[in-house]
Unconditional design. Structure first.
Length: 181
């Protein structure tokens, strides 16, 4: 037990509440967001570890630019008259992602494509590339060597977009953007 106690984080957990879909055991998911926000704000959630996310109406572009300036992942734009669609993606809620762009080298491939920074450090795998670009890649590649799992090629420079870099320097959800050759 002592071993587990020694690994306590200095950071407190904060529960960020942005919506409510049940009240008093009854679903209110079909109610408009404005109604659900009113219900949420009427709840007495007075606890130091609970934060109610108010949301901002209007000024979406300015809000997104602020998210970019703060290097946040992005924002969500919501239709204020929308219901809460449980376990579904909806056009009523749109993620606007603050993508980062990085030039990388494609240095090999398996069923997925290996990437590295120009200094040779591995960045991870790129899973998303349009068929036409993948065809172009296979026409440009120059095979250097092969193993059971990989085909190593002369490096090909490209630009990828991704969410962010992990603490280990890997790209989060990289996707092909353009060739840099």
């Amino acid at each position: 037990m002592k071993r587990f106690m020694s690994k306590k984080s200095a950071h407190k957990i904060v529960y960020c509440v942005f919506d409510v879909i049940y009240k008093d055991g009854q679903s209110i998911a079909s109610k408009p967001l404005t109604v659900r926000k009113t219900v949420l704000n009427s709840l007495e959630l007075n606890h130091p570890n609970v934060c109610i996310i108010e949301g901002i109406q209007g000024n979406g572009l300015a809000y997104f630019n602020l998210a970019k300036e703060k290097n946040l992942e992005g924002i969500v734009i919501k239709n204020v008259e929308s219901s809460y669609e449980i376990n579904k993606r909806s056009n009523n809620w749109l993620k606007v992602i603050n993508y980062d762009y990085t030039e990388v080298l494609i240095t090999g491939y398996t069923k997925k494509d290996n990437l590295s920074y120009p200094d040779g450090t591995a960045t991870g795998f790129m899973e998303f590339m349009q068929h036409a670009e993948r065809t172009k890649f296979h026409s440009m590649k120059q095979v250097k060597s092969e193993s059971d799992e990989y085909v190593f090629i002369d490096p090909i420079l490209c630009k990828v977009k991704h969410r962010f870099k992990t603490k280990h320097g890997k790209l989060r959800i990289p996707s092909f953007e353009s060739w840099r050759v």
